[in-house]
Ligand binder design. Structure first.
Ligand code: C2O
Ligand code: CU
Ligand code: CU
Length: 478
């Protein structure tokens, strides 16, 4: 979308053009940071207890030393990594030291609705609360947490509030492979060092900052394990940016999605697509040639209007393979042929239809875009659907909009069944647990899911500007 004409229509010049800092303003080339872990203060086995405090923090990320005010959990960018075992009880005290209401939403985790940081349960500025939940067995996977207060989610995330969450299992067939954590996020900074507000284009297409970061660093260097093989967990923690990753010369083996390991590995991939908010696990093997190779994200088309994300290929980080000896590569043991058992969900007992659309509005002489679910804008007072606990449901997500929208639902993982585009149905080849799926402009995506807790759940587009603008609904599980 070209928003230049629309910007002129805004009375009073509400859209002030931000002069952005050049990409070189943040130094590149530091060793890839290891994620900071949230320390468990509980001596009791099976209980993880800690505090997360959301507060403004001033950090000098620009080379010239100009400080930037972020909002962060425990002063950490990205937010600290929570690592627990399946079956553990998690008790997090949340302190909201922001000037806005906030919540912590446990993205993808099967936690009860009243512990899931719904917009209804906002913690006021200056307030605190404890989130407490017991994780079931069989939920090992790669998750994250972020705020979800009504109307403030997008801003709180782009100011830095997002953290990582890994649930582990005792029976991990890939345990022996060295693990790496890559959190992809972006940052939009003005030349003055301040985090830029959203402009009209951000509100329309989703915000994409000029800095594409990994573990909050620009183009860090990953020194690859001398053994020649690593397991990468990758988070797309961007507000809107889609990723299409490649590592020339190297091959990826996909072993996991949002909700944990696949049934069996998918080998020989040269490219990995990830929608905003999606996570994957891949095995990476060093290319025979060694050397230094860039992990690149290529442009992705995000709809009929030709919007691409990002606009140009971006090198996210450089991987240094020089420590790997070629003879180690030849001696790598085979990966296990099966990773875990995934049962396809049974026959659906109920069906839901979610239609994503958008509408241009001209209220009060101001152009804006309305993002809709089933023709309506989000309303906290309105329950859109009712579902029965433990019942398999078929959800049909219909994208009638001119752009792609990544669908997300709280509290459960789903299995993608098929995609339909222009009457052509393509069955989904992968049996996997996910909480994110892209819906292409004009496409219908069918998924199956089951909710295991009673209460209110949100579902929405995970381009955070769209969610904020009302592309969200609620389902009451009874
Ligand atoms: Cu990342 Cu409503 O979620
Ligand atoms: Cu979520
Ligand atoms: Cu969207």
């Amino acid at each position: 979308h070209d928003m230049s004409a629309m910007s002129h229509a805004v009375p009073g010049g509400a859209v002030a053009a931000t002069v952005l800092a050049p990409v070189e303003a943040i130094a590149a080339g530091a060793p890839l940071a290891v994620l900071k872990k949230l320390v468990n203060t509980s001596p009791q086995p099976g209980l993880f207890r800690a505090t997360l405090r959301a507060a403004p923090v001033s950090l000098a990320v620009l080379q010239d030393g100009t400080p930037t005010e972020f909002w962060a959990y425990n002063n950490s960018l990205p937010g600290p990594l929570i690592e627990v075992m399946e079956g553990d009880t998690v008790e997090i005290e949340f302190i909201n030291a922001l000037s806005q209401p906030s919540t912590i939403h446990w993205h993808g985790l099967p936690v009860p609705p009243e512990q899931d940081g719904n917009p209804q349960d906002a913690v006021p500025a200056g307030g605190r609360r404890v989130y407490r939940f017991k994780l079931p067995l069989n939920c090992a996977g790669t998750y994250w947490y972020h705020p979800h207060p009504h109307g403030f989610t997008a801003e709180q995330v782009y100011r830095g509030l997002a953290g990582l969450f890994i649930v582990r299992t005792k029976n991990d067939p890939l345990k022996s492979i060295p693990e790496r954590h890559l959190v992809c996020s972006d940052l939009k900074l003005g030349a003055d060092g301040r985090i830029a507000a959203n402009d009209m284009n951000d509100e329309m297409n989703g915000r994409e900052g000029q800095f594409a970061l990994v573990n909050a660093q620009r183009q860090p260097v990953l020194t690859f394990d001398a053994g020649g093989r690593e397991r990468w967990r990758i988070w797309n923690a961007n507000s809107a940016r889609y990723l299409r990753l490649s590592l020339p010369g190297a091959r990826f083996t996909l072993v996991g999605t949002d909700g944990g390991l696949l049934g069996k590995p998918v080998t020989g991939l040269t490219e990995l697509q990830m929608t905003a908010a999606e996570r994957i696990e891949v095995i990476v093997e060093a290319p025979a040639g060694g050397g230094v190779v860039g992990l690149v994200t290529e442009p992705v088309e995000r709809g009929k209007m030709g919007e691409v994300s990002p606009e140009h290929p971006i090198t996210l980080l450089n991987v240094d393979f020089s420590a790997v000896k070629p003879e180690r590569l030849a001696a790598l043991p085979k990966l296990p042929g099966s990773l875990r058992r995934i049962q396809p969900l049974g026959a659906a007992k109920a069906k839901k239809r979610v239609v994503f659309s958008e509408e241009m509005s001209m209220a009060g002489g101001v152009h804006s875009m309305k993002f809709l679910v089933n023709g309506q804008n989000f309303d906290m007072q309105r329950v859109d659907f009712t579902s029965r606990i433990h019942e398999v449901e078929l959800w049909e997500i219909v994208n009638q909009s001119d752009m792609d929208h990544p669908f997300h639902i709280h509290g459960t993982q789903f299995q993608v069944l098929e995609r339909e585009l222009d009457g052509q149905v393509t069955p989904e080849p992968l049996l996997a647990w996910r909480d994110m799926v892209n819906t292409r402009s004009g496409e219908i995506v069918r998924v199956k899911l089951v909710q295991r807790h009673k209460g209110l759940r949100m579902f929405h587009c995970h381009i955070l500007e769209h969610e904020n603008a009302g592309m969200m609904g609620q389902v009451q599980v009874i």
